[in-house]
Design a binder for this molecule. Structure first.
Ligand code: FAD
Length: 392
């Protein structure tokens, strides 16, 4: 392998670049990113940075001297606009191109938007700084979407004294991901604090005064944050011939085409542990997948399937939420420890006859980490989960 290019200079792309060097690749290594900043961490954007507890320098993923030690051809503020797989080159917006023998695609996702102008989204450092400037006591903030991102931002805005309304199309927020019971617990955290959470409400557009709902009603706001999910950044691959369908489609080794790998939020790959294809927008997965893609690219003879137990966390109000596994599409949820009403519990998830996930709220990390092993080994539900009468 003589030349390697990584496109996307964030969690997954940086992890790939570092791994290539750590594993002994000494050749030319280009890291392309369209944001002007050095690689930074996104989870604090909706938490510590939005709350003004941290400044942006704390988000940097590496110090500049550590980046320098990687001996990268670092092209920041430059967008990749096309990929020529046969010619093995990435086309860049400045008119130049980056030839490669091996490529890692790590271009992440961007926020889904609503019709109308003037709403905030929350994906980049600039997005977070712009929203943060507006947050002040008494501000009327409408958050569209009560997913993890919307809930975190609503919690911070409430803490800063804003009057927060959250509009959510589903009857129970996050029910599709964590189940109805757990979704209701998370909803109550908003309602208990006087955040106006309205479920079963669709938003048609953003207007000058706030948002217009599907039934025509206007909900007035000083600022609107749209947090309704994201779209993989694959437009630049449209003419490449790579299979793209809600992400770059990869096999279990994260390979999309010969010597072209994908990692992070943009990658849809077959996870053999769960026997299904998935695309995951979690911080830990992005780094682990970047490392795995780099290793497989570098050592094709020793490559390994990427079969992780996904992990994510979220901080909302005083709740620390942690989860392992693949919760979507589950068949059953059981609370095995603690109490939903106290917002202190561990819930485990069954898919088919296996334990497929575990989620904890307000519990020490080890309480949920215990279940990681059960998920990793495909443990049978009946043998692992105590019967209802024996649950604490
Ligand atoms: C506000 C916020 C809070 C979050 N909180 C949590 C959390 O609490 N827990 C958790 O597990 N996860 C959380 N996440 C998710 C986590 O941050 C992501 O999973 C992670 O950042 C994904 O890393 P990535 O490198 O795959 O993609 P990204 O971080 O999206 O990076 C992709 C990079 O590629 C660039 N790019 C895109 N297209 C091109 C192109 N054509 N050319 C060049 N560059 C391009 C992008 O601008 C970006 O810099 C959060 C995300 C956000 C936005």
């Amino acid at each position: 392998m003589n030349r390697i290019v990584v496109v996307g200079a964030s969690a997954a792309g940086l992890a790939a670049a570092e791994t290539l060097r750590r594993e002994g690749y000494e050749g030319p290594l280009t890291l392309v990113g369209d944001e002007p900043h050095l690689p930074y961490d996104r989870p604090p954007l909706s938490k510590q940075l939005l709350a003004s507890e941290w400044e942006q320098d704390r988000l940097e993923l590496r110090r500049s001297e550590d980046l320098a030690a990687l001996d990268l051809d670092l092209r920041l503020g430059v967008e990749a606009t096309g990929l020529d797989v046969a010619g093995r080159r990435v086309l860049l917006a400045d008119g130049s191109e980056a030839p490669y023998d091996g490529l890692v695609v790590a271009t992440g996702v961007r926020p889904r938007r609503l019709p109308g102008e003037g709403a905030h989204v929350l994906r980049t450092l600039n997005d977070a700084l712009t929203l943060r400037e507006r947050l002040e006591p008494g501000l009327r903030l409408v958050v569209v979407g009560a997913g993890f991102l919307g809930a975190e931002a609503a919690a911070v805005a409430w803490r800063l004294g804003a009057r927060v309304t959250v509009l959510e199309p589903a009857a129970v927020p996050l029910a599709h991901a964590v189940g109805e019971e757990v979704g209701r617990v998370l909803s109550r955290a908003h309602l208990d604090r006087g955040v106006d959470l309205r479920c079963g409400v669709t938003v048609a557009e953003v207007t000058e005064d706030g948002v217009r709902l599907g039934d025509g009603e206007i909900v007035e706001a000083d600022e609107v944050l749209v947090a309704i999910g994201s779209v993989p950044n694959t437009d630049w691959l449209a003419d490449s011939g790579l299979a793209v369908g809600d992400g770059v489609v990869c096999d279990e080794y994260l390979e999309a085409a010969r010597n072209v790998y994908a990692a992070g939020d943009v990658a849809r790959w077959y996870n053999p542990l769960f026997g299904t294809s998935m695309r995951i927008e979690h911080r830990t997965n992005a780094a682990e997948q970047g490392m795995a893609a780099a290793r497989n690219l570098l050592r094709p003879d020793a490559r390994k399937p990427f079969a992780p137990v996904p992990y994510f966390w979220s901080d909302q109000y005083d709740m620390k939420i942690q989860a392992y596994g693949f919760l979507r599409g589950h068949d059953e949820v059981a609370v095995v420890e603690g109490d939903l009403a106290e917002r202190r519990f561990v819930a485990v998830y069954r898919t088919g006859d296996r334990v497929s996930g575990a989620l904890a709220v307000g519990m020490p990390p080890k309480a949920v980490r215990l279940w990681r092993q059960a998920i990793a080994t495909g443990a049978l539900w009946d043998e692992s989960v105590p019967a209802p009468a024996q649950r604490s």
